[in-house]
Write a protein that binds this ligand. Structure first.
Ligand code: HEM
Length: 446
């Protein structure tokens, strides 16, 4: 039936092309695409997989064919960990995705909601500064594992937005037994729902609950209106999504930014000058200052270009037969877009291997012509991108504003990657820091 499939390397019986993916998939797929072109058709076991690595072909998938590719492939893991594929990121396209997507977009990620959560980001960033200051005297350099500090920052921001409190850290690391992991998460999430339910019952008439509603309280309100659809299972899936999709990605991206800045002290200095010249002296950076710091934004973009934390985005799946680049693409094909390769393509970027934040000064547009896609594209693109960019801008800007940073030892920070679903640093970032002398007055009051 499908006569005109995209090019494909030789496959093994049963395993298909899985044998090719021994090391980092984004790199293996890049070397294959050099030989077979920017659209390839592989088989991972029995699963047909379309690999795309050019902006124009990605655009065909996410504009003309966006609805067709708006599904997610199902797997045993997504079923167990994703409340039977009812979480936003795992759920197939349709009513089960649309309704929670609308809810989360309005309640968490709309401009009004982001404005509402400004105070949470500010307070947690202030606490990060305070933690870094603990025990430091004015002049001595101290060593810090930035990975864990950044992770804790994002975790606390999400936790306070979701449940109004900081707390349990249990989402980190890969655990082998999926079912056990699910049970642990489930009781944690059910605990959050029950606690919020008790509080609403207790304080139903209290105006403070109304004014400072957390995400869980908002979900309970929606559950009251539509109890058949918004069961506790659906609610837990939505809460879980905030933790799983938002924390690791944002913390990792910030770790890459700091690693690159430590290896490029000149760019770090430029970022500090931008902050010194645009932010009122003696005041901590605020969310609302970020538009005054375009170079800081260029640094974050340039880091996401070189190290997109989702190098192959998140897999999509086609719900119907369709045509891409003139080829037949059968229904049920998994789609992987190699954002990492597109971001480093010599035809699209000058000296793509080099960290040059200034290149983003001259580039306009949301996806920069589909050649810059760290948050994906189309209707399944990351709904948290606005919040992530704000939090990264605020936290990184504050770290640069308040502290001086140096590499540990004489060599460069090791940028070796490990790639699972996300692109992490093989060696967690450790750096030296000390308070900026010009900020001592302010820091003594933090
Ligand atoms: C630097 C930070 C982040 C990066 C690079 C990132 C990247 C991505 C990517 C590449 C996707 C998949 C897009 C696709 O399927 O084509 C995605 C999906 C998603 N992200 Fe993010 N993300 C980040 C932060 C966040 C945050 C902070 C949240 C929420 C708190 C979040 C929530 C989600 C959700 C819910 C989805 C699934 C959307 C769907 O399937 O409809 N992300 N993200």
């Amino acid at each position: 039936k499908y006569k005109n499939l995209p090019p494909s390397p030789p496959a093994l019986p049963i395993f298909g092309h899985l044998y090719l993916l021994k090391t980092a998939p984004h790199r293996v797929l890049e070397s294959l695409s050099k030989k077979y072109g920017p659209i390839m058709y592989l088989h991972f076991g029995h699963r047909p997989v379309l690999i795309v690595s050019s902006p124009s072909i990605a655009q065909q998938c996410f504009s003309k064919n966006d609805i067709i590719f708006a599904n997610r492939p199902e797997s045993h893991a997504t079923k167990i960990l994703g409340y039977n594929n009812t979480t936003l990121g795992f759920s197939p396209y349709g009513a089960h995705w649309k309704s929670p997507h609308r809810l989360i977009t309005i309640q968490v990620f709309s401009s009004a909601s982001l404005l509402h959560s400004t105070g949470i980001r500010a307070e947690e960033t202030r606490l990060l500064v305070k933690r870094l200051l603990q025990g430091s005297n004015q002049t001595a350099w101290r060593k810090v594992n930035l990975n864990s500090f950044l992770f804790q920052l994002v975790y606390d921001v999400v936790m306070v937005m979701v449940a109004g409190k900081r707390g349990w850290v249990g989402f980190r690391g890969m655990e082998k037994k999926l079912v056990n992991l699910h049970q642990r998460r489930d009781s944690f999430l059910q605990g959050l729902v029950n606690e919020a339910r008790d509080n609403i019952g207790r304080f139903r008439s209290s105006s403070s609950v109304e004014e400072n509603k957390t995400f869980v309280q908002e979900l309970l309100r929606v559950q009251e209106a539509e109890p058949e659809y918004y069961t506790d299972e659906i609610l837990k899936g939505l809460i879980l999504q905030m933790f799983t999709a938002g924390i690791h990605t944002t913390a990792l991206a910030m770790e890459w930014v700091m690693s690159l800045l430590l290896n490029h002290p000149h760019e770090l200095e430029k970022a500090r000058n931008e902050i010194d010249n645009n932010i009122t002296h003696g005041k901590l950076l605020k969310d609302s200052d970020l538009p005054k710091l375009p170079f800081l934004r260029c640094i974050i973009n340039e880091t996401l270009r070189l190290y997109p934390v989702g190098p192959l985005l998140v897999p999509h799946s086609s719900s119907k037969d369709c045509k891409v680049e003139g080829f037949d693409i059968p229904r049920g094909t998994t789609l992987l877009v190699n954002a990492w390769e597109i971001h480093r393509d010599r035809k699209l970027w000058e000296e793509p291997e080099i960290f040059k934040p200034d290149r983003f000064k001259d580039i306009e547009g949301v996806f920069y012509g589909f050649r810059f896609i760290p948050f994906g594209m189309g209707r399944r693109a990351c709904p948290g991108s606005g919040m992530a960019m704000r939090l990264m801008g605020l936290a990184l800007g504050t770290l640069i504003q308040c502290f001086e940073w140096e590499r540990e030892g004489h060599g460069l920070v090791d940028l070796e990657e490990v790639c699972g679903l996300t692109l992490s640093k093989a060696k967690k970032l450790e750096a030296l820091y000390r308070p900026c002398p010009s900020m001592m007055n302010l820091l003594s009051q933090v």
